[in-house]
Write a protein that binds this ligand. Structure first.
Ligand code: IMP
Ligand code: MG
Length: 192
């Protein structure tokens, strides 16, 4: 159940209560923990003993990524990519720039891209297109959250944690203007 946080102590260590009344919890830390553990089991079952390159998309996926890899039991190598989209700040502009590329070779290897949230699908599609020519054995994607708005791109997501409403989401790695990443739960920033 959603609950509204109305903290007003500006000196709270997490620093989010400076916005009393604007954070609505959508997914508690407990639910996140259980779902992430289940996703890890699913991934482990699907890949078995094959070695997997798990690619975290900076910065939003860092907390999800750190939790997820610890519940994956197949042998993995990790790497990171960073992207930025030009244009408006809260919606994808459709132009995605690779700010940090992979360091590892993915030739002949299974790759799993780990994203925080998929909205239009443009970011994920661009990442896949960017990696496609490198001869990977497979490229799949896992997102903690999928927004239930209009999907504008036909993206292919193999693993999904939760559906979230078409609102601005923060916490558990996701930010608004670089803030709120340190919440251990997922929240909506705007009103319902
Ligand atoms: P897409 O390209 O429209 O699918 O947007 C995906 C990217 O935009 C994600 O990787 C996030 O970095 C960012 N994003 C989209 N929606 C939100 C949100 O509600 N909160 C925080 N970041 C978001
Ligand atoms: Mg992201």
């Amino acid at each position: 159940m959603a609950s509204r946080t109305t903290g007003s102590n500006l000196s709270t260590p997490r620093g989010w209560a400076a916005d009393p009344g604007v954070i609505e919890t959508l997914i508690s830390a407990d639910r996140l923990r259980h779902r992430v553990a289940d996703l890890g089991k699913e991934i482990s079952r699907d890949y078995g003993e094959s070695e997997l390159v798990m690619v975290g998309v900076l910065k939003g996926a860092i907390i999800f990524f750190a939790d997820l890899i610890r519940s994956v039991t197949c042998p993995i190598e990790i790497d990171f990519m960073a992207v930025s989209s030009y244009g408006e700040q809260t919606t994808s502009s459709g132009v995605v720039r690779i700010v940090k590329d992979l360091e590892v070779s993915i030739e002949d290897r299974d790759v799993l891209i780990v994203e925080d949230i998929v909205d239009s699908g443009i970011t994920l599609q661009s990442l896949k297109q960017h990696l496609d020519p490198r001869g990977a054995k497979s490229i799949e994607a896992c997102a903690l959250l999928v927004k239930s708005g209009d999907l504008r791109e036909d993206y292919d997501l193999r693993y999904t944690g939760f559906q979230v409403p078409d609102r601005f989401i923060v916490g558990y790695g996701l930010d608004h203007a670089q803030r709120f990443r340190n919440l251990d739960f997922v929240a909506a920033l705007d009103g319902p």
